[in-house]
Design a protein around this ligand. Structure first.
Ligand code: CP3
Length: 345
């Protein structure tokens, strides 16, 4: 089977002869070639310069032999376009003047995405020209809830106390915020697809901190709305939630084609619960990549056996690859998935 077909066929739960694999954050600091790129420019410049974003996107294609390329960018780029001040520090992203009140929500704009984020669409066209159909290209966006956590907390939080305080004390205000985000994300993904991405992933990374009821009220309706608006574009949609084990049925009910799971849920159980409705993506603990190749292979086999026979599995990590991962182990992971999965197809 052609390598460029594996990923998209798996998204649609069609038959493949091996399990496709890619790695969240596959272009990142664990690669010396990426660190070299970052010596030249800061992270935001890298995201905003199409020729450099192209270089970053192509690194894992060349080094790891993965089955899908992903646009190099960050989920917080559209938040900056909405009017917030964004910077990246050694400890992660920082947003200036985190949102606390009405006036701040009012002052956020739904940007003219094609103008403000033109560099993203230029990068997509450049990557597609370079890939020449060898691999599919994945686009992405943060989902409204996860983008809002950064806008309210100002940075990655350990307890998400501020956003939750706002959910329960000012539901009206957060719903206004989520509506603006939904409009922005929908347009952003539509334009990514029209620029050439062949599938999109919605990162609702921090929605796993919500109870099922709260997820149903504050995150799911917006994800559903985005999915519905994107349907006519005709590309597979993936939804990722970290710690989403308690939300699987709700995630599958959003209408997406693929549910991306972390490692806290057994893939066999996830398949029993939602495998008849969606393709599953995951579910290796990124820390397994600190082990040796033999242990990585054993865990790959265990996950493949857990999913068992049948269509609709994309191998991935349960969260982004960690910056101190040995690159040889990422290479060993991709090889192990390709070799060990043949007997399941
Ligand atoms: O997967 C890919 O290779 C595509 C590029 C991509 C990045 N970030 C590049 C990046 C994608 C899809 C993301 C998504 C992202 N960004 C998420 C959702 C997924 C997840 O991991 O939870 C979130 C929450 C962010 C926000 C963000 N950006 C954080 C928390 C950090 C700091 C953590 C870290 O690993 O440094 C970033 C920075 C970031 N985004 C880097 C990269 C390669 C490292 C920046 C650097 O080079 O210094």
């Amino acid at each position: 089977m052609l390598k460029n077909e594996l990923f998209l066929k798996a998204c649609r739960r069609e038959g493949v002869d091996q399990t496709p694999v890619w790695i969240m954050r596959q272009a990142g600091r664990y690669m010396k070639e990426y660190r070299e790129l970052r010596k030249k420019v800061d992270f935001l410049t890298l995201c905003k310069t199409p020729e450099l974003a192209l270089e970053a996107s192509m690194l894992p294609v060349e080094i790891l032999k993965i089955d899908a390329a992903i646009l190099f960018s960050d989920i917080l780029i559209p938040v900056e376009a909405m009017g917030m001040d964004l910077s990246f520090t050694d400890s992660g992203p920082v947003l200036g003047n985190p949102i606390q009140n009405e006036e701040q929500v009012e002052s956020l704009t739904v940007p003219l995405v094609e103008e403000k984020l033109f560099f993203v669409f230029d990068a997509i066209r450049l990557i597609q020209k370079t890939l020449e159909g060898r691999l599919p290209l994945l686009g992405f966006s943060g989902a409204p809830y996860t983008l809002a956590t950064y806008m309210v907390e100002g940075r990655t939080s350990s307890n998400f106390y501020k956003i939750k305080k706002l959910l329960f004390s000012r539901p009206d205000l957060v719903h206004t915020l989520f509506k603006k985000l939904t409009e922005t994300v929908t347009r952003y993904l539509q334009l990514q697809i029209r620029a050439g991405v062949q599938a999109v992933q919605l990162f609702d990374t921090w929605a796993g901190t919500l109870s099922p009821e709260t997820y149903r009220e504050f995150a799911l309706p917006y994800t559903q709305q985005i999915v519905e608006s994107l349907r006519p574009e005709g590309v597979p949609i993936i939804l990722y939630v970290n710690g989403g084990g308690g939300l699987l049925e709700l995630m599958a009910g959003s209408g997406v084609d693929v549910v991306s799971i972390d490692w806290r849920v057994d893939i066999k159980e996830a398949k029993e619960r939602i495998g008849s409705r969606v393709c599953l993506q995951g579910n290796l603990d990124p820390c397994f990549l600190y082990g040796n190749p033999a242990n990585i292979r054993r865990e790959v086999k265990r996950i493949l056996e857990g999913f068992g026979r049948g269509n609709g599995h994309i191998f991935n990590l349960g969260h982004g690859i960690l910056p101190d991962t040995p690159v040889e182990n990422a290479i060993a992971l991709v090889e192990a998935v390709h070799e060990e999965s043949r007997c399941f197809h």
